[in-house]
Write a protein that binds this ligand. Structure first.
Ligand SMILES: O=C1O[C@H](COP(=O)(O)O)[C@@H](O)[C@H](O)[C@H]1O
Length: 250
């Protein structure tokens, strides 16, 4: 039986150092993927944490280090709102990354939130399948965040999508938000070549500790579902988010 590789933890004193380390890793993976297969496919995370990361990638220090015209952007999850809504993960990426880097619309694969949720998820699955063609859908990188309730992407505690066995996108009604989300399923995320969590801030410390050290209980701690089939799993953390980890994990 294949054993899951242990996640690699990268812990830095400050969020700024975490962001730089993740940006360096992004550059390394992007250049490697472009050299190997001519393009780099990345699924972006949303919420608050990645804004500064996207701004850093678009900054003068990083913008010349990646062949951005060869990068193809997907979304690990999307809030079920128009792309002009401040809640939209697509809008966040557009403002912080796509516009500053002048990314062509043909490089961005967004969820169509004008459709009904099930249709939007089905269409996004088809978009992903079409992009990868005959090959298994395997993103070069999936970026993830972590909610203080241990959700990642839009894999929220006690939702049916946690049991989805198909690798694709799926709609999920999130009771605590009273709203639909569209999320990549855990099986699809786990097919990725590399998966990187970006988590910083003291409000995430308990969730980090539970996901990484508690006994497996995916209904309560959905981020425990993220166990790559054969790719790499990295956690980029600041000291505050890592504070409740036992010393031997730091
Ligand atoms: O709702 C979401 O939450 C998680 C965590 O976001 P953060 O605001 O706590 O950083 C995020 O990873 C996900 O993409 C987003 O839609």
């Amino acid at each position: 039986m294949a054993m899951n590789k242990a996640p690699q933890l990268h812990i830095y004193p400050t969020p700024a150092e975490v962001l730089t380390s993740l940006a360096d890793y992004f550059v390394e993976l992007a250049n490697q993927a472009v050299a190997e297969h001519g393009r780099f496919s990345v699924a972006l995370s949303g919420g608050n944490s990645p804004k500064k990361f996207y701004e850093l990638l678009a900054s003068p220090s990083y913008r010349t280090r990646v062949a951005w015209e060869k990068v193809h952007f997907f979304f690990g999850d999307e809030r079920y709102v128009p792309h002009t809504d401040p809640e939209s993960n697509c809008l966040l990426a557009k403002k912080a990354l796509f516009e500053p880097l002048q990314i062509a619309p043909s490089q961005v694969f967004a969820v169509d939130t004008a459709l009904d949720p099930a249709e939007a998820a089905q269409q996004y699955t088809q978009t992903i399948e079409h992009y990868f063609g005959q090959k298994e859908a395997r993103f070069d990188l999936v970026l993830l965040g972590l909610g203080d309730n241990s959700h990642t992407a839009s894999l929220f505690p006690h939702t049916p999508v946690l049991h989805e066995a198909a690798a694709g996108a799926k709609e999920v009604f999130v009771e605590e938000k009273q709203a639909y989300r569209i999320t990549l399923t855990a099986p699809l995320i786990n097919q990725a070549q590399a998966i990187a969590f970006l988590v910083y801030g003291a409000d995430k410390a308990a969730a980090v500790q539970r996901v990484l050290t508690a006994e497996r209980h995916v209904e309560e701690f959905p981020a425990q579902l993220i166990t790559p089939v054969s790719g790499e799993l990295h956690w980029f953390l600041d000291g505050a988010a890592a504070a409740q980890l036992p010393d031997e994990r730091k």
